[in-house]
Design a protein. Structure first.
Length: 226
């Protein structure tokens, strides 16, 4: 039986901007592979292009050159509907700020993406409760974001990202807005849940200590991986 292909593969990925009449090359030919169930740290200083790379891979912006394959599908040239379908069906996103919907409680924030994905409400609610409980939020299911601590809000964001069982989770400084002690706990729970769910993850961070807890690290410098 042949080995499964990578969950993510980019080839010669480039992204440039025009600023003040000058061309700025942010990504200068990024070749990257993430295997199934692999958790990869993307290291680099501020301004190195980490967020730009995640935005390109997450199909959140256009204007890039090169190839992006997600779960074996070439997605770089998809139209708006195709990109939306890939984001919905195959990707999960976690950001430095949780971006929870303030008028909905913790369970509802995890239910909503599942309903959009086509799950029934009973199944979506059961999945949300299971994920949140596994993250230590069993007593906070009906609390709205403003009733939760920063660490609790980010746990809800982790559950939301995993709700639709994505092939790949993209995380951009997922604990960067938390104090060190809380960040350690939330990150450990994030790693555990990603492994339990069988997803792969690409995690942008500048934190070498957190990066060391992942399967592999790669560094982005001057728009290329090294």
């Amino acid at each position: 039986m042949s080995e499964p292909g990578p969950v993510l593969e980019t080839v010669a990925l480039k992204r440039s901007f025009i600023q003040g009449g000058q061309r700025i090359d942010v990504l200068r030919g990024v070749d990257l592979r993430v295997a199934p169930r692999e958790i990869v740290a993307l290291l680099g200083p501020s301004g190195s292009g980490k967020s730009t790379l995640l935005q390109a891979v997450g199909l959140l912006e256009g204007g890039f050159e090169g190839s992006i394959r997600i779960a074996g599908q070439e997605v770089a040239k998809l139209g708006a509907d195709g990109r939306t379908a890939v984001r919905r069906d195959r990707l999960g996103f976690i950001y430095q700020f949780h971006h929870l919907l303030p008028d909905f409680n913790a369970t509802e924030n995890v239910v909503l993406p599942q309903l959009i994905h086509g799950a029934s409400r009973p199944d979506a609610e059961a999945r949300a409760v299971s994920l949140l409980t596994s993250l230590g939020l069993g007593a906070r299911l009906t609390h709205r974001p403003n009733q939760l601590s920063g660490g609790e809000q980010q746990r809800v964001a982790v559950a939301r990202a995993l709700a639709n069982r994505p092939a790949l989770v993209l995380a951009d400084e997922p604990t960067g807005n938390l104090d060190e002690a809380t960040a350690d706990v939330v990150f450990a729970e994030f790693i555990r849940l990603v492994r339990d769910e069988g997803s792969a993850a690409l995690v942008a961070t500048h934190n070498e200590r957190l990066a060391a807890r992942m399967d592999r690290l790669t560094r982005l410098h001057d728009g290329v991986l090294g």
